[in-house]
Design a protein around this ligand. Structure first.
Ligand code: ATP
Ligand code: MG
Length: 384
């Protein structure tokens, strides 16, 4: 009898011929998330089993696995040889001593002489005999004893199915570059896309010395939160101070944010090229602020030449985003006060519905390629 954690996949089984690949990446991601914690991971027809871990690490392991995309459900249970006495011993170990229960059996090993109903009845009968305060209730039991008779001579016995993170293993949907500000939205956007199996690099723009170094530390903390879901990430940091100064000097101030956004996109595209990211991800949500009207989005989008821009939050309300931010553990960091580069030289009345033509006219006052090149020279990268 041995304590195990059963890890079931979610959508991976849908992937036909690629199944082997998905399972491999999934296994590697689990190993990465459990680095430093003693365990053994084994693949067993349609699931992974985690064995040889220390009892005291169980909660820690479950917390780490809660952040691994691709997990449909988890169960902490017992692995026993497929024999009725052994199964009963395992069932006794997970059973409550009082209250109502039922036994649910799934039998993958069709060679075992008892069928699933017979196994449930026999184990249930033995449990009742051994625990007078237990009662069977097949409709609304207080606890369930699940028995899963596998093909390889072992049986898994457990109580609960705990919901996993869902989604697909990170790394199976390519790589994206997340524009990570210090705000609430962009970490949530990154989390949503990572959930669909995309690995992430992050790109942050600062306007030091107008923005302070705390803003930078905050973004590092946010990237670390994301990295727990993405098996690590690289954070790229670029200064746009000179660009803002130049816009401030030469252009209509109302266009500060609009023009800056276009520079961000251009720089992002260059960084993506360098890091082989296949798309850009932002935390924009339609109509949320002046720069996120459809006209604002059109303006920033048109500065991008070759890559798609994913905006997973476009249809979300702020309160929905905040709820997600809390769930992923980013909210407490995101709400710490800081100055974003977009608030530097912030005009009293930013243009709300910029026409692309006017934006381009304003932009023609600037040496765009030179400003982009200068920004790229400030690029720093840290691995998290
Ligand atoms: P967030 O909460 O993510 O900052 P927001 O609601 O404050 O979003 P904006 O500040 O308008 O909205 O930014 C929209 C998106 O542009 C952000 O979600 C982010 O993807 C990107 N962005 C804005 N500022 C920066 C920055 N300093 N560095 C990197 N990306 C940024
Ligand atoms: Mg912001």
């Amino acid at each position: 009898m041995e304590k195990v954690i059963i890890i079931r996949y979610s959508e991976i089984h849908l992937k036909g011929k690629n199944r082997g690949y998905f399972e491999r990446v999934f296994g590697i991601n689990i190993e990465k998330s459990l680095r430093g914690v003693r365990h053994e991971l084994r693949r067993q027809s349609g699931r992974y089993l985690l064995e040889n871990f220390e009892e005291k690490d169980t909660e820690l392991i479950l917390a780490k696995l809660d952040k691994v995309f691709g997990i449909h459900s988890l169960s902490v249970g017992i692995k026993a040889p497929t024999a009725m006495d052994e199964i009963f011993r395992a069932a006794s170990a997970v059973a409550c001593r009082e209250g109502t229960f039922k036994v649910d059996t799934h039998r993958a090993d069709k060679t075992f002489p008892l069928n699933s109903m017979e196994i449930s009845a026999e184990i249930g009968g033995r449990l009742l005999a051994a625990n007078p305060a237990l009662k069977v209730d097949v409709h609304e039991p207080q606890s369930v004893i699940n028995i899963d008779v596998r093909e390889n001579g072992t049986t898994l016995v457990f109580n609960e199915f705990v919901k996993g993170a869902g989604g697909m293993p990170v790394g199976t949907s390519g790589k994206g570059l997340l524009l990570l500000s210090g705000g609430i939205d962009s970490p949530v956007a990154g989390h949503m896309i990572a959930k669909r199996g995309m690995s992430l690099d992050c790109l942050h723009f600062h306007s030091y010395p107008y923005t302070n170094l705390q803003a930078r530390d905050k973004v590092i903390e946010l990237a670390k939160v994301l990295s727990e879901y993405t098996c690590g990430t690289s954070l790229h940091i670029v200064s746009v101070t000179h660009i803002q100064e130049e816009i401030h000097k030469k252009c209509n101030g109302e266009y500060m944010v609009t023009l800056l956004r276009r520079f961000m996109m251009r720089i992002a595209e260059k960084v993506a090229e360098k890091t082989r990211a296949q798309c850009i991800i932002t935390g924009e949500s339609l109509g949320q602020v002046a720069s996120q009207t459809i006209e604002g989005i059109t303006s920033s989008n048109s500065a991008i030449k070759n890559l798609p821009v994913l905006r997973p939050l476009c249809g979300f309300d702020k309160d929905e985003i905040i709820e997600r931010s809390k769930n992923i553990g980013a909210f407490g960091i995101s709400i710490q006060p800081y100055e974003d580069c977009c608030t530097v030289f912030l005009p009293k009345h930013p243009v709300i519905k910029p026409s692309l033509q006017t934006v381009e006219e304003e932009e023609s006052k600037l040496d765009v390629p030179a400003l982009v090149d200068e920004a790229l020279k400030t690029l720093e990268t840290m691995k998290l």
